[in-house]
Design a binder for this molecule. Sequence first.
Ligand SMILES: [Mg+2]
Length: 220
Amino acid sequence: MITASQWQTIDTVLLDMDGTLLDLHFDNYFWQTHMPQVYAREQGISEQQAADRLAPVFRDQQGKLHWYSLDFWEQTTGLELLPLKREVQHLIQIRPHAIEFLQTLKRAGKRALLVTNAHQRGLDLKLQVTGIGQHLEAIFNSHQFGAAKEHADFWPRLQDAAGFDPQRSLFIDDNISVLDAAHAYGIAHVLAIAQPDSQRTRDPITEYACIEHFSEIMPQ
Ligand SMILES: [Mg+2]
């Protein structure tokens, strides 16, 4: 998938957080179950009514920076979302072999950069709960660049800030639209995650090479 000789041509690994380093189950559970339940209770409506009211907002915002903005969702729902996230923070889990992979990259002299659409407050909570920040050289989030990773504008801005060579980089993400944008920008190696949410299977990915776990691509 990434062969030993390919690893010799890679000096930077760009990693997504939710669904890649961390189990997407937390995010799916929070946005699809926990938050809508609390919203329904606060609004005095049924869970079905809450789901019906939120569905078009989710649909309109998908893949846009707003989708990832806690501020936007707090304005939309009238809820304070960080305390709600803390209520279910035990679901924030590191995916298998992720830490070992980051440690191996460091030993192999590769840069490991976190590249996320996560909003700063949600990002801070996940860093605090998991401690993954200590294994990363730097953390970039799309809100600082004014464009989501799905958008072509994101990538040159990231490159300016992070100073990597796309031809000598590997990018790993669970989102196909994001992988499309990275591939279009010219990131030489892109890999998808087969099962970002430990509690759910997804349709097989045909567009990109795909890993179940980081143990499949450990550099020597
Ligand atoms: Mg992701």
